[in-house]
Unconditional design. Sequence first.
Length: 245
Amino acid sequence: MERLQKVIARAGIASRRKAEELIKEGKVKVNGKVVTELGVKVSGSDRVEVNEIPLEKEEPVYFLLYKPRGVITSVSDEKGRKVVTDFLPEIKERIYPIGRLDYDTSGLILLTNDGDFAHLLMHPSHEIEKVYVAKVKGMPVKETLRKLEKGVQLEDGKTAPAKVKMLSFDKKKQTAIVEISIHEGRNRQVRRMFEAIGHEVIKLKRERYGFLTLGGLKPGEARELTPHEVKQLRALALDTSSKKS
């Protein structure tokens, strides 16, 4: 017997969090009856329906995509803009992104139909490092960058300490290229962190997620993760969580 939201997530319908919302909204049936409580458990013999569609268990798949700028981190967009799943049209499974990258941010993002895996990687206690390269206005001095390393105050709280490295600067254009490593996943966090120290981000790219890199991919290209990489990601998430506790 497993919790209903976990079964829905594993079937590739949605993340566990979204599955919980679907249950609360009365969009899930078990053996023909609407279920709105999150504590319900089901077995393999129970018939589960989401939005009147019976659950069919998919084999889990895992992909790494180099998301271009000007693309929505979603599976659909009401304004008709390009979404990340548009770059994997041949994939039959119902995949969705793990976490998000802003519309104007490019770089590495993972997609899967494995709700448990997505939940594991996105959980705040599983501090997986994410490395970004930012082009910013102005040339921040060491003392300014040190503020990011200590954590800066944003409207939704102080950020955790970051690792920061100045890569290059252009005196003529008054811009700089800075590498920053964080393990949190707040909305537009890197952009807001640089704004907090007075340096607007002009361009932003996620270069690395844990041990994964873009590895020669061009914008819009994707590859499937190997079983070993999936296993490593699980281990990394659990390892960071155990160290924190």
